[in-house]
Design a protein around this ligand. Structure first.
Ligand SMILES: NC(=O)c1ccc[n+]([C@@H]2O[C@H](COP(=O)([O-])OP(=O)(O)OC[C@H]3O[C@@H](n4cnc5c(N)ncnc54)[C@H](O)[C@@H]3O)[C@@H](O)[C@H]2O)c1
Ligand SMILES: CC(C)[C@H](C(=O)O)[C@@H](O)C(=O)O
Ligand SMILES: [Mg+2]
Length: 348
């Protein structure tokens, strides 16, 4: 299996290196041949090539079985962008589009022992286990944009086909879980949300065994903190999914724990990354929580290599370490990134 590694910026390289070490160990113990190749991406690639997604990086990603990414962005690049420099984030959006990654799977569950890390009462957060399926290559992120100092515009386009394919992914996922799909939109205001709702209902006809409900996004933001455990799979458009998945990651303890898989057509390479950013406030300190990146490596083994046993072994090792008291600073503890790596490797 050929995996392209994109460390990126800030804590990206710190958590990515940790995840690659765990991936190597899991592959070695399951006799999976692993070939990795690192490429410049994001701010690091702007520094080197003036381009957040250099052609050689894109070509390597398109030719790989999977891509493992750390994170991109940072204040230095935000400043430079004000003077017209390219943004690291633009490289990420271009990569998602070029790889055709329309479905972003973002699971969040409460790990045993982490009840106290949640800002919510134990009775509220208990049993929370949600898969957010975020549409990733449409909507506001990719609509027509105009930028001026007195007027700006971001268009939010969606086509039937774009909604259909991500809805199918979400129904399939719900079928393999508790059988409940919550579609989140803003159909009381937005035309695209009314299209979204209608198309999801059409796709539902092929999945009569899955229960479907529609919830407006503002109410959903509330439900996720009042009774998160009643949800199973949540499907939503690009920006709503970005926001709700960060909220949900905090509900179950920390954004540092949350992995993701971005998938396109069957047989095409997937992209795997923690949902957090480059965390400039803690970059270089060696204290970033690498678990979101490690669990992303597990998702890579499951979705791009079909290696369910190896994926589950990483997830079991992580769950064991958390139950055993492993706590990085975001979880209120003092374990370093390296401590977390050592703990997961010895539990593997
Ligand atoms: N996929 C990506 O590459 C991605 C995702 C989100 C944000 N970003 C970029 O990252 C930069 C910073 O964005 P932000 O501050 O809004 O979000 P962020 O996710 O980087 O950080 C938000 C907060 O969470 C903490 N945090 C995040 N990941 C952590 C981890 N693994 N361990 C411990 N604490 C962690 C940070 O220290 C910070 O306090 C921006 O340039 C943004 O564009 C990139
Ligand atoms: C960095 C940014 C473009 C990105 C997004 O909004 O998709 C990030 O927030 C994420 O969640 O991966
Ligand atoms: Mg985000």
């Amino acid at each position: 299996m050929k995996v392209v590694i994109l460390p990126g910026d800030g804590i990206g390289p710190e958590v990515c290196e940790t995840a690659v070490t765990v991936l190597r160990a899991a592959c070695a113990s399951s006799n999976i041949a692993l070939d990795t190749e690192e490429h410049a991406f994001g701010g690091a690639a702007i520094d080197q090539y003036g381009d957040p997604l250099p052609p050689a990086t894109l070509e390597a990603c398109l030719g790989a079985d999977a891509v493992l990414l750390g994170a991109v962005g940072g204040p230095r690049y935000d400043e430079a962008a004000k003077k017209g420099a390219p943004r690291p984030e633009a490289g990420l959006l271009a990569l998602r589009r070029e790889m055709g990654l329309f479905a972003n799977l973002r699971p969040s569950r409460l790990f045993e022992g982490l009840e106290e890390a949640s800002p919510l009462r134990k009775s509220v957060v208990a049993d929370t286990d949600i898969l957010v399926v975020r549409e990733l290559t449409g909507g506001l992120y990719f609509g027509e944009r105009e930028e001026g100092s007195d007027r700006a515009l971001d268009r939010l386009p969606y086509s039937r086909e774009e909604v259909e394919r991500v809805a199918r992914t979400a129904f399939e996922a719900a079928r393999g879980r508790k059988g409940l799909l919550t579609s989140v939109d803003k159909a009381n205001v937005l035309a695209t949300s009314r299209l979204w709702r209608g198309v999801v209902e059409d796709v539902h006809k092929s999945y009569p065994d899955v229960r479907l409900e529609h919830v407006l996004v503002d109410a959903m933001a509330m439900h996720l903190v009042t009774h998160p455990s009643r949800f199973d799979v949540v499907v939503t458009e690009n920006l709503f999914g970005d926001i709700l998945s960060d909220e949900l990651s905090a509900v179950v303890g920390s954004i540092g724990l949350a992995p993701s898989a971005s998938l396109g057509e069957a047989g095409k390479p997937g992209l795997y990354e923690p949902i957090h950013g480059s965390a400039p406030d803690i970059a270089g300190l060696g204290i970033a929580n690498p678990i979101g990146a490690i669990l992303s490596a597990a998702m890579l083994l499951r979705h791009s290599a079909g290696e369910e046993t190896a994926a589950a072994s990483i997830e079991a090792a992580v769950a064991w370490c958390l139950a055993d008291g492993l706590r990085t600073h975001d979880l209120g503890g003092s374990a370093s990134t390296k401590d977390a790596l050592d703990a997961v490797l010895s539990a593997l």
